[in-house]
Design a protein around this ligand. Structure first.
Ligand code: NAD
Length: 250
């Protein structure tokens, strides 16, 4: 099928669905100027992941991990939702149930108006007490001294982000799993499959009967897990171009 036919087919599938889940990765925010994990010349290239985004780095040098998170937060604060985030939010006017599961920590889906967003890797807006799980908005903390302390208990707080080497919160993944199993269509947008979770979720949804549509610049072909081959339709192109075309047909 050529490209226009596939856009048409995607639009028809979504038009006929009452429950759509959108699973997103860093690619959905690329057109907002936020570097993808593997993008050239970006923040990630200038910082060693092992020094700033792993559980062991957090134990070794929490202040350094916090400094990188605050840098990301600044970078993100300068960004706005793009046409892809807006198209995903606009789905809510057309489909009864739309749920977004994102790997991104930037909050741009909510800024675009999506109301049901599960941030499986956390976010840059909050800190967490590692023992009690209590959440604190960063805006309410003294960030002059890092790591920040809970103003009430004086305990050291950590970013509310899932770092490499850490396990997913089972409650969050349980909810994600329930959502994909209820979905009639799963749109998977801008994720490389390097972190296998999005394609596993798509696989789980597909096993329960969902139709899977993958939107990406390139086919995702991770070495050890499945990627785009799992999809029933692959829409190649920029999410900010492809998604508004699809949503215009619904
Ligand atoms: P990734 O960087 O591994 O892959 C990005 C994918 O997006 C690639 O497959 C690329 O082809 C695609 N892409 C790039 N620009 C696109 C566009 N305009 N339209 C459509 N597709 C596009 O990202 P990942 O799979 O999300 O995994 C990396 C990890 O890094 C994740 O855990 C994520 O949480 C984290 N991360 C988050 C952000 C953010 O919050 N915005 C940014 C960077 C990394």
């Amino acid at each position: 099928m050529e490209h226009d036919g596939m856009i048409q087919a995607a639009g028809e599938r979504i038009r006929g669905a009452a429950n759509v889940v959108v699973v997103t990765g860093a690619g959905v925010s690329a057109e907002s100027g936020i570097d993808t994990y593997r993008g050239a010349g970006g923040l990630w290239e200038k910082h060693d992941v092992n020094e700033v985004a792993t559980a062991s780095a957090l134990r070794r040098d929490p202040a350094k991990v916090w400094r990188f998170l605050l840098l990301l937060r600044e970078h993100i604060a300068a960004a706005s939702p793009n046409a892809a985030h807006r198209a995903i939010a606009a789905l809510e006017d057309r489909v009864a149930t739309v749920r977004v599961i994102t790997q991104n920590i930037d909050g741009l889906h909510q800024a675009a108006g999506s109301r049901t967003v599960l941030e499986i890797h956390g976010n840059v807006r909050e800190a967490r007490d590692p023992e009690t799980g209590a959440i604190h908005a960063l805006g309410e903390l003294d960030l002059e001294r890092l790591p920040p302390l809970c103003p009430r208990t004086g305990r050291v707080l950590r970013p509310n982000v899932l770092y490499f080497e850490e396990a997913y919160d089972p409650e969050i993944m349980g909810l994600a799993s329930r959502w994909v199993r209820q979905a009639e269509v799963i749109l998977i947008v801008g994720t490389s499959g390097m972190v296998p979770t999005p394609y596993f979720l798509a696989w789980e949804g597909k096993s329960a009967g969902a139709f899977v549509i993958d939107v990406n610049l390139d086919r995702s072909a991770p070495m050890f897990t499945f990627g785009t081959e799992l999809a029933d339709l692959f829409l190649q192109g920029k999410a900010g171009v492809v998604l508004p075309q699809v949503v215009a047909l619904i």
